[in-house]
Design a protein around this ligand. Structure first.
Ligand code: HEC
Length: 142
């Protein structure tokens, strides 16, 4: 019984380590968009497009121009295939729905509070799935 519990903890630990590392190597790709030899999953490509769009738009939002966001792009996170099949879990889709709800709130009344709530929603999913890009995502806050 004891051994079995230990075994479960050890395998859960390895699983978490494997997730973290694969996602950290994934996050490095975001900083090296010029290397065409590295493969990229459809989900990673959507994530990159979201982060690059938000980075590009940050200066105008910093001046108080809170324009709505491209709903179609953000909704692609629910259909794009991830690098790791195990990421497409119930937890992932639950968090994706929560995130898209926060996006709707922002689009209905775009302002700084709702904008920062959206960035927090990116971060909370990343705390579960993909810690590598969190520092970059937090820089989007205003
Ligand atoms: C529902 C969970 C979830 C939400 C919400 C989410 N992400 Fe992600 N993100 C992931 C997962 C999982 C990956 C790994 C994708 C892969 O490797 O296929 C990822 C990968 C990334 C990457 C790395 C892409 C690469 O080059 O490998 C960046 C950057 C990123 N997300 C930014 C964001 C931003 C910005 C937001 C909010 C606008 C956001 N994410 C919202 C789960 C999420």
């Amino acid at each position: 019984m004891r051994n079995k519990t230990l075994y479960l903890w050890v395998s859960a630990g390895c699983f978490l380590a494997a997730c973290t590392f694969s996602c950290q190597s994934g996050s490095k790709r975001a900083y090296d968009p010029n290397n065409p030899y590295l493969p990229s999953s459809p989900l990673a490509a959507v994530m990159r497009e979201m982060v690059e769009t938000l980075e590009k738009e940050k200066p105008s939002r910093a001046k108080g121009e809170f324009l709505p966001m491209d709903k179609d792009l953000f909704h692609e996170i629910k259909t794009a295939t991830p690098t790791k099949a195990s990421d497409a879990s119930l937890t992932f889709y639950g968090m994706a729905d929560g995130f898209l709800g926060v996006l709707d709130t922002y689009n209905q009344s775009p302002n700084q509070v709702h904008y920062n709530a959206l960035i927090d929603a990116c971060v909370s999913c990343h705390q579960n799935f993909c810690e590598g890009p969190i520092t970059r995502i937090k820089k989007l806050k205003l």
